[in-house]
Structures are given as structure tokens and as C-alpha cells.
Write a protein that binds this ligand. Sequence first.
Ligand SMILES: NC(=O)c1ccc[n+]([C@@H]2O[C@H](COP(=O)([O-])OP(=O)(O)OC[C@H]3O[C@@H](n4cnc5c(N)ncnc54)[C@H](O)[C@@H]3O)[C@@H](O)[C@H]2O)c1
Length: 246
Amino acid sequence: MGDRSVAIVTGASRGIGFVIARALAGAGYDLAICGTRTETIEQAGNRLADEFGIEVLARAVNVADREQVQAFIQQAAKHFGRLDVLVNNAGITRDTLAMRMKESDWDEVIATNLSSVFHASQAALKPMMRARKGRIINISSVVASMGNPGQLNYCASKGGIDALTRSLAREIGSRGITVNAVAPGFIATDMTAELGEEAQRKLAEQIPLGRLGQAEDVAAAVVFLAGDQAGYITGQVLHVNGGMYM
Ligand SMILES: NC(=O)c1ccc[n+]([C@@H]2O[C@H](COP(=O)([O-])OP(=O)(O)OC[C@H]3O[C@@H](n4cnc5c(N)ncnc54)[C@H](O)[C@@H]3O)[C@@H](O)[C@H]2O)c1
């Protein structure tokens, strides 16, 4: 078993997942990261390894595929000889009104955002239970609590994550494993940048802190929940949304 703690982050080739991985690297973790494309996830892994001098295992994995995601978790635990933290971050949207939503829009979002969290967590439990220690952190969304027109599938997947988080926390608390969710609000990403300045200003007006969040705001909450100081927190959904929902 290595000296350094090990964290897995799914969906870490870009966006919030990459920034979470970078923050964990900065906090001294070795990493196993996955994304959809080999080239981009390997680039992300090389960047983090060079910048922080840590070991990074980077793999293309479709988290919607039970066998692939469970094999990845097992490979990471075997490679590093330990698994301290699992961050279930990978997620997609297939937005459209309920009346027009195709079965595939529903199935893909539920498989990628929700079933993946069950499958990855199930695989992570084995090494964590053996160590009687572990942290599972699931990336939810403010819309799980608020609802959002055109995002029935996405909201259902994130609401499912919040409920799964509470159930698993109750089930495995006695094994020294905590399970929490982080629910971001509107975060400035490539996606929100495309909205244009006017739309972003309108969004910011609905937020008490008067600005969109940064991926770093989400990553800081994840690093906190992963760390020793959060040892008595489990089954919670930590909202990182500038006050837009409270
Ligand atoms: N951006 C926001 O404002 C916001 C708000 C609330 C919640 N979130 C959540 O935060 C998480 C990250 O969002 P983001 O904005 O950084 O998204 P993004 O689209 O920029 O990045 C998503 C990442 O997930 C990976 N991914 C997608 N499908 C995958 C699959 N099937 N298998 C493996 N990896 C896959 C992609 O490769 C990428 O690395 C998601 O769970 C999202 O629902 C985002």
C-alpha cells in the first residue's frame, strides 16, 4: 500500500471533474481518472502528473456500462493497493420537454448519471470495507431540489443520486465509510459561456451572491468532504450555489 491517499474521479477530462481532480492532486492524492475519450483523458492525466508530481491512472471508460466502470474501479484499487475516495462526477444532459422526450433521452441520462453511481460505488465498497475507511462523494445538482423544465430526465437522475446517497450512508456508516453529495448551482463552464453575456447576467441576478459559481467552488467542497475534517459528516447534500436555492 502506497503512502499517498488515492482518489478516483469519473468524468475528469474537462469541466468540473478536471478541476476536482486538480484540487485533489493539489491536496496530495494520487489519482485514477476516466472520461469518454482516450486522447483527452490521457492528456488530462499527463497534465496533472506533470504539474503535481503525482501518479495518475487515466482510462477511457463508459460509466454507463456496468462492466466497464466496475472493472476500472477494481483496476485502480489493485494498481494503487488502496482506495480512499470515489468522486462520481461524470454526467450528461439530454434536455427536451417531457412530451417530446425520447425513450433513449431518458435511458441514457439515467444510465450515465445515476446507475453509474450505484455501479461505481458497489465496486468501491470492497476495498473501502476492507480498510474500514472511505469516502464516496456524488456530484448532484441544485435542480434535483428545485426541478427544471426541459430536464425531467436529468432532475430525476440527480434526485436519485441524493436518495442513493442517504441510503448508502445509512447502510455503510458502521464500516467507517461516509457518503455525501455536492449539488452545484449554475457553474461557469464552456456550456454557460456559450449562453452569452446577457443570459449570464440574468442568471446571476437570481443568485444572492450575484455571480455564477466557478468549478473551483465545487472542487473545494469535494476536497473538504474527502478530508479528515469531514469525518463526522455523512448522508448530506452540500449545496454550492451562491444561495440560489436554500
Ligand atoms: N456545469 C454546471 O453548471 C453543473 C451544475 C450542476 C451539476 N453539474 C454536474 O457536474 C458534473 C460535471 O459537469 P460539467 O459541467 O463539468 O460537464 P462536462 O460536460 O464539461 O464534463 C463531463 C465529463 O464527464 C465525462 N463523461 C460524460 N459521459 C461519460 C460517460 N458515459 N462515461 C465516462 N465519462 C463520461 C466527460 O468525458 C467529461 O469529462 C455532472 O455530473 C453535472 O451534472 C454541473
